[in-house]
Structures are given as structure tokens and as C-alpha cells.
Design a protein around this ligand. Structure first.
Ligand code: SF4
Length: 397
């Protein structure tokens, strides 16, 4: 009764037709540059899906809940949505007209015009402690699988760090002495928090991330530094502008299954007609990958015969127990158990050939193989593949 109504209503008031402009929430080394260019060139985006609209509203609510909880502590939470301005950094937009900011209009009740060369945004909030020191709070909400990668340090939130850097710079240029803060990440599924403490050196453009805290009790010194996030961001916005003017596109991301592509509103046009170029290059593996390759080859050599033997043993025991009509069978130490279940599968033989042809498509498959570069005397040379006729030694995909 309510589900469809909710999804439909969630889209009301959310717009995808705001013209592109450089903004802190678009900054960062991981943001797909091609997607930014599509936006800058005004390519029509898929409308925000109703579920995405709900996710967006969830994000706003999660941030508000976090700030509301912090307001019950000894911190004084203030300056929510405070505007920041980095004047003159978008120098290539010199001469362009200013534009109105909807967020400032809502907050101030009067039109606020932003110069075209200003990078303009809004911080989440500042937190003032009992010693009247203000710290920046940047809040994000992530679903569990992304949150876990950050938690396990498999990934760094570089775009979120960059956004914070722009806010630190904006606060400094406004005369506010705020060079510490936190990127606070909430797991939207479990309520767990992950916090990266931040310190920013304005003159050197270096962001230090000394400590990471996994709520409630785990605090870890990670001591990472990121230099030049601000400068790299401005250069990226500049490149996007050049692509827009020259009507060109930067490269796609390497993998169409990249999560950024899965959620990209330009996915269809971006990958339409794309054909993966054939792998023909022979390269020397980069030195940092050589130990990885050695370990892979070693494991492959060890596991292959074991896997074969494992399958043989399993088949023999399964057949023997079936012959004995035994569901379980005991050894002196363990119990073997046959677990029966059913699976629905298409009976390929029952399908007419014409149907199979219509509904079949070839799917590219990439396999990693290896062979010795130095075959021993008397060893039969490896069969040459048509694609790599002169390089029988190559690890081919
Ligand atoms: S589909 Fe992927 S590569 Fe293409 S613009 Fe979107 S994020 Fe970038």
C-alpha cells in the first residue's frame, strides 16, 4: 500500500538538472573524470532512480542524527552548512557570470551570487570543545560492504579526504583557525562509526591522518599523509573544463564492473559499443608484481595436483557410500555425510537448436596461464597460440 508511494514521493524535489560546476563534493582523485566531463558537457543523465532518491534522503537523515547525538555531549556543534569560498582558484572561468547558490538562499533568505572563479561549498559542521578549539566534522554514511573495506584498511576514502581539505582551506581563508577535524563515517546498516582524525597543513597542502578509530573502543595510529590533494583537485577541474571546451572525453575506468560504473548515470552511453581491445602486448612484469607472480605460480603448481586428487577421493567415497545406501559413515576420527539437495537447471539437450542460437551470446573469458621461460632439454615446446606466435614463454591471458 505504501511502498510505491514512498519511492515515488522520495524523488520529489530532487533535481539532476543543476548545471555542472566544480564543487567540493565532486572533488577527489577517485571520482571518474569521464563522468565529470559528461556532466560538464551537459549530457543528459538518467533520472535519479526512486531507490537512489531514498538512499540520498537516508544520507541526509543519518548526518542529522549524528550531529543531534553529538549535540547531547560536551561539544558545541555549530556552523552547520557554513559556506566556504576559495576565491579565484577556478581561474579558467574568468569572465563567466556569477551563479546563485540555492543552499545559501535557503539559509539566508536572500539570493547569494557566487563568482564563477570561486570554488564554493558548505561544511557539515564545526565542533567546539571545552577549550574553545573548533574542529571540522565531515560526515558520510556508507553501506556495509564499503564501510567494511575502509574499516579493514583495504581502501582509503581519498575523495572524502579531499573534500575535507577544501573545507579546511575555505575556513582558513575566511580567517577561522581550524586545522583539525574528523572524517566521520557511519555504517548505515549497523550504526557503527569509523573516524579518521585529520590535520591539515595549509601552506604545504598536506593532510595528515594520524589516527583511525573504530567505534566503540579500537583506536589505531595509522600516520598517513597525503600531499597536494588541493592542487590535484584544481588541476582535475581544469582538465574537465578543457575536455568540455574541446568536446573530448577522457579514458573510461579500466573495469566496466567498477562500482563507480554500476552507479553511474552515464553507464549506457559510456560503454555502448565498447569492444575490449585484444591483448597483444608482451611486457616485462613490473618489478613490484614479480614476487606476486612467483607466489601465484608456486601455489598453482602445488594446488593443481592436490585438487585433482581431492576430486578423485571425493568421487570414490561418494560412490562407495551411495552403493552402501549410507547417509553417514564413520572413520576412526571423523564422520562423512552425504547431503542431498535438488537444483533447477535448464536441460540444454531439450532446448531446440534454433532457440539456443537466438539466446546465446559469446562472453569474453580471460584466463591466466603460465609456462616456464626456460624449458628443460627434451621438454616438448608449448603449443603456440595463434595470437602470440613468437612468444611461447609468455604468461598469456
Ligand atoms: S560508466 Fe564508468 S567510466 Fe563511464 S563515465 Fe561512468 S564511472 Fe566513468
Amino acid at each position: 500500500m505504501f511502498a510505491e508511494l514512498l519511492l515515488g514521493a522520495a524523488q520529489l524535489g530532487l533535481r539532476t538538472d543543476d548545471p555542472y560546476r566544480p564543487r567540493p563534493s565532486m572533488a577527489g582523485p577517485e571520482r571518474c573524470e569521464r563522468q565529470m566531463v559528461y556532466r560538464a558537457r551537459g549530457v543528459e543523465e538518467l533520472a535519479i532512480s526512486s531507490r537512489l532518491a531514498v538512499i540520498f534522503k537516508d544520507g541526509v537523515a543519518h548526518e542529522q542524527i549524528t550531529l543531534d547525538i553529538l549535540k547531547t555531549t560536551l561539544f558545541d556543534i555549530h556552523s552547520e552548512q557554513l559556506p566556504i569560498n576559495l576565491h579565484g582558484v577556478l581561474d579558467w572561468l574568468e569572465g563567466q557570470p556569477p551563479y546563485p547558490c540555492a543552499v545559501c538562499f535557503a539559509a539566508q533568505g536572500r539570493p547569494v551570487l557566487i563568482p564563477a572563479t570561486t570554488l564554493h561549498g558548505h561544511i557539515d559542521a564545526l565542533a567546539r570543545d571545552l577549550f574553545t578549539i573548533d574542529r571540522l566534522i565531515e560526515h558520510k554514511g556508507f553501506v556495509s560492504h564499503i564501510f567494511k573495506r575502509l574499516w579493514d584498511q583495504e581502501k582509503e576514502p581519498l575523495d572524502n579526504f579531499t573534500q575535507s581539505v577544501l573545507y579546511f582551506r575555505g575556513l582558513k581563508e575566511q580567517g577561522l583557525l581550524v586545522d583539525e577535524g574528523a572524517l566521520l563515517i557511519k555504517n548505515k546498516d549497523t550504526g557503527a562509526y569509523l573516524e579518521f582524525e585529520l590535520r591539515y597543513d595549509y601552506d604545504q597542502d598536506i593532510l595528515h591522518v594520524p589516527v583511525m578509530t573504530r567505534s566503540p573502543h579500537e583506536r589505531e595510529e595509522i600516520n598517513r599523509s597525503h600531499q597536494g590533494l588541493f592542487r590535484a583537485t584544481i588541476e582535475k577541474f581544469r582538465r574537465v573544463h578543457l575536455h568540455r571546451v574541446n568536446e573530448t572525453l577522457p579514458e573510461r575506468l579500466h573495469d566496466p564492473k567498477d562500482v563507480r560504473c554500476e552507479y553511474c548515470p552515464f553507464q549506457d552511453i559510456c560503454w555502448e559499443g565498447f569492444v575490449l581491445p585484444p591483448l597483444t602486448e608482451h611486457v616485462s612484469l613490473p618489478s613490484e608484481l614479480i614476487p606476486v607472480a612467483h607466489e601465484y605460480i608456486q601455489l598453482d603448481r602445488e594446488l593443481k595436483p592436490k585438487n585433482k586428487r581431492y576430486d578423485e577421493l571425493k568421487d570414490t567415497l561418494t560412490a562407495a557410500m551411495q552403493d552402501l545406501h549410507a547417509e553417514t559413515a564413520a572413520t576412526d576420527t571423523d564422520v562423512l555425510k552425504l547431503v542431498s539437495s535438488t537444483q533447477e537447471r535448464l536441460d540444454q539437450k531439450a532446448l531446440p537448436v534454433s532457440l539456443k542460437k537466438v539466446y546465446s551470446k559469446s562472453i569474453p573469458i580471460v584466463k591466466l596461464q603460465h609456462a616456464s621461460r626456460f624449458p628443460e632439454a627434451g621438454q616438448v615446446p608449448q603449443k603456440r597460440t595463434p595470437r602470440l606466435p613468437s612468444r611461447p614463454h609468455e604468461s598469456a591471458a
